[in-house]
Design a protein around this ligand. Sequence first.
Ligand SMILES: NC(=O)C1=CN([C@@H]2O[C@H](COP(=O)(O)OP(=O)(O)OC[C@H]3O[C@@H](n4cnc5c(N)ncnc54)[C@H](O)[C@@H]3O)[C@@H](O)[C@H]2O)C=CC1
Ligand SMILES: N[C@@H](CCC(=O)N[C@@H](CSC=O)C(=O)NCC(=O)O)C(=O)O
Ligand SMILES: [Zn+2]
Ligand SMILES: [Zn+2]
Length: 379
Amino acid sequence: MVTQGQVITCKAAVAWEPNKSLVIEDVQVAPPQAGEVRVKVLYTALCHTDAYTWSGKDPEGLFPCVLGHEAAGIVESVGEGVTEVQAGDHVIPCYQAECRECKFCKSGKTNLCGKVRAATGVGVMMNDRKSRFSINGKPIYHFMGTSTFSQYTVVHDVSVAKIDPAAPLEKVCLLGCGVPTGLGAVWNTAKVEPGSIVAVFGLGTVGLAVAEGAKAAGASRIIGIDIDSKKFDRAKNFGVTEFINPKEHEKPIQQVIVDLTDGGVDYSFECIGNVSVMRAALECCHKGWGTSVIVGVAASGQEISTRPFQLVTGRVWKGTAFGGFKSRSQVPTLVDKYLKKEIKVDEYITHNMTLTDINKAFDLMHDGECLRVVLDMFV
Ligand SMILES: NC(=O)C1=CN([C@@H]2O[C@H](COP(=O)(O)OP(=O)(O)OC[C@H]3O[C@@H](n4cnc5c(N)ncnc54)[C@H](O)[C@@H]3O)[C@@H](O)[C@H]2O)C=CC1
Ligand SMILES: N[C@@H](CCC(=O)N[C@@H](CSC=O)C(=O)NCC(=O)O)C(=O)O
Ligand SMILES: [Zn+2]
Ligand SMILES: [Zn+2]
């Protein structure tokens, strides 16, 4: 059936209101305009950032919308002027765009891109500032420029990475967010050196990917911190060498870590989204050089604080988005690394479900056993 140039009606999970169950709806997906790509989404995973926006705590959250940003699929059609992908290409949508032309992209200092961010932050496409999703004429907002909880989605051409067609899409969908974020936080943002002592706060997918990245970087000690002690056994397989549960200590966790490490860690990573833990992660760093990277996303209205003396005495506070990876250039390389068994992906997938089960899938994410749930979009 020819779909190019036609409106496609397909199934999507629509978030009508914050915190109300997602509803599987028939949505109309308009054809891609100039500089846009329509993607058949075959597999999507759920990320805690989807849950965060759905909760209503994201200042950029708009409703009704189609959430989802960790996925893989096949290009269905492209709009005018799109040259780097064509129908049939296997792709990963990228919430962090890479245009290679804007001030950010050309700076060589960041993976952030300014080309489409203003549009993606308000749930529309850049061309006409409108959505390509609708239900019987009512527009439904995009999310993060990806909206992968739909069988078809429209993304900007700067927000899609072409990958090796040999890669299993049901696995490499994870390379759209959580795993690269953790690996890149270590390799690109912190640039952990061999022999370093590393602390990882939060042992979910992102924290485990930090541990995996730190092990690959040659860290000598990788201290995992989580309030759920059941996380430790699994974390060992990702490189965590020691475990601390803050609930089992009277002293503040930063003091516990400083005492255990002769003055503090070289690098710490906050992978939870809790501003008190962000402070602890900074303050457990070694005086003079310890660097703490904020990875977790904290809710609207939350603020970080510490004594400025912590920074005056040489600790460095940083943050990372998508682990500092330049998306279109580097996601294909991560896929190749997976195919060469140089990075884990399968190990982060604890559940496989279908789009129709998406609400159950979100419930599962609060279960301590769950890392990533992958949804098959067409079953
Ligand atoms: N900066 C970025 O580009 C990205 C940020 N994120 C954010 O990273 C964070 C982590 O994501 P996931 O690993 O998927 O989450 P997750 O919920 O699976 O993992 C969080 C872990 O933290 C633990 N935890 C909760 N409160 C704690 C506390 N007070 N002290 C110690 N441990 C605690 C939980 O038991 C859990 O194991 C989220 O905030 C997510 O939104 C996710 C992807 C990209
Ligand atoms: N709209 C949110 C922003 C949340 C956020 O920081 N997102 C991360 C990615 S989290 C992925 O799971 C990010 O890349 N941020 C950079 C960006 O340009 O959005 C809020 O305002 O809190
Ligand atoms: Zn994410
Ligand atoms: Zn750019």
